[in-house]
Write a protein that binds this ligand. Sequence first.
Ligand SMILES: Nc1nc2c(ncn2[C@@H]2O[C@H](COP(=O)(O)OP(=O)(O)OP(=O)(O)O)[C@@H](O)[C@H]2O)c(=O)[nH]1
Ligand SMILES: [Mg+2]
Length: 645
Amino acid sequence: MTRCIAVLGAAGTGKSTLVDALCALENNETTEATHYDTRTARFTFIGDDWVAFDCPGSLEFMQQARDAMLVADAAVICVSPQPEQAVLAAPYIRLAERAGVPAFILINRIDEAQASARDIIEALQSYSTHPVVLRQIPMRDGGKIVGSVDLVSERAWRYRPGEPSDLIEIPDDLIEHEQEARGEFLESLSDYDDWLMEEIIEDREPASDQVYAICARVLKDGAVTPAFIGSALNGNGMFRLMKALRHETPGVAALAERLGGQASAGVFLARHRKHVGKTAYLRALKDIKPGDELGGHALGPISTVGDPKPAQLTEARAGDVVGAIKSDHLGSGQLYGTGEVATPDWHGALTPVFTVGIKAVSDRDDAKMSEALHKLASEDLSLTISTDQETGAHVLAGQGVLHLRRARETLSGDFGVETAEAALAPPLRETITKKADVHFRHRKQSGGSGQFADVKLKVAPAARGEGFSFEQTIHGGSVPRNYIPAVENGAKDATERGPLGFPVVDISVNLYDGQHHAVDSSDMAFRIAGRGGVKEALESASPVLLEPVYDVKFSVPSVYTGSLNPLVSSRRGQVMGFDREESCEGWDVFRAQLPGTALDGLIADLRSITQGVGRYEAEFSHYNEVYGKDADKMIEKRAEMLADA
Ligand SMILES: Nc1nc2c(ncn2[C@@H]2O[C@H](COP(=O)(O)OP(=O)(O)OP(=O)(O)O)[C@@H](O)[C@H]2O)c(=O)[nH]1
Ligand SMILES: [Mg+2]
């Protein structure tokens, strides 16, 4: 049975190097890693089959890490040996905890370590709800780390670059430290095991196979997070890490149960490729084969993944990772039984925090582009696509500059659609602050037949959020019943762009009188009159600019909470307060209200003050009136935009 680990961690912590090193242990071939797509690597270790998901490190591609975690048996979180960089691991520790996936920490690049292992663990602990326990202690020689001592087996290993480590006696000067560290380690385990507690109280030495068994159980329950040390680049510590994974990583049955028992497979990646079409990469949670109903359709042909030369398969056993073609209904980050199966609460799509308007460079590509965008969105839950009503531009919304740049590269590389940036209409509206009463007559004599319509309208401000309403109080048929809808349509036309240049909301229009002509009146004439009348009324009713206000929920490591006050006030926002984030050690939730225009570039600023790990979610709350210089600037900018269009 194949077991899967998701390799997570900040950029440059050595995830891909680690995966390469794990494959190299038994000379398994692997494909090359990229920085923006999960690589699936398959390897063997002492007779067992393994798959590693080498996830991209940039948080802009975090959805891929989430999707990989959906189908992983365990996570290996790669961290840097610098305590001050522990915060970069925080989003991944948090993800593993939320997902309930057992996590191992690898303190990588140990060849470069300056700090003590204790300081590194302490720093990581501030972001972990579960105790982080060091399973190995480093062995130093003249300030350099030259090996490690395993605290379960009490064996010492001296590293050799690029070769298996040498088993040696624990150096004399390390024995005392080792005893102390082992004592601490067993004590933290004993919190979860009565037998071990007893042994410690009775001052008996537990046997290492019994300790291994406790480690495996405690890990499966997600109670502690074990930490290992190593150097992926030099291949040091890799064997020990794999031995632990081999003993302690639960099998696919535990995963299937964690996911509710309904799903037969989970898709962790889907990609469209030129000439190949779509491949859905999935993990089988039960035995499945081509032709079986999966997600409402028959599963197409399947083949091996992660091999330089994929081979066709007749079935996938529970636990296997395979690629499926001609299964276009399968999307990234989804679970499937015979129908679709809901993913767990922690897993949903990351909400977009960055938007760009795009259009096809060549008008001929327009239809092709719509189709390509649709496919692209099915590959990535954290990417959403919509259309700007006013300009007709496509709106790509995602996780940041890199993420959207990558999306556009895919559009050109895999779908053959070159795109250019396109302007988007601002999210502003306008309304009126006074009532107006207008009399508007539309009359034209052109050749034989003429046009005639006369309306009297009262236009008034309405409460925020009311939108547009129309009523008529005509007496005696001055405007015949059949023309009234035309007046209403004309009034609506006038709200498409008000005197300040923006869509008009929150007004009521009352048609109370007018005149008609037996021959010259028509729907068209009354529509023109309705539009003209409302337009005139809006101009005289003191129009005012409205901007959307959003409820913004920031999620940041507590050390950065203080920096959010100036960030919010510099963007005309209002701080609502903050709290510890429940069940996420070391994180705060900070709430504020911010105007919609202030969300532009907010994610970049937030990332720059939080070492990249802060995020936010924004939800529309209401429209607010804007006055003064801020309003003048927005109106001026709008006039320029309309002049250019
Ligand atoms: N000194 C040292 N360098 C390492 C070690 N592991 C990885 N590196 C180096 O760190 C750099 C980044 O390694 P990668 O494996 O690409 O890191 P990654 O985590 O996959 O990065 P992303 O995919 O961009 O998120 C490379 O130059 C590696 O050679 C290590 O154990 N010691
Ligand atoms: Mg990598």
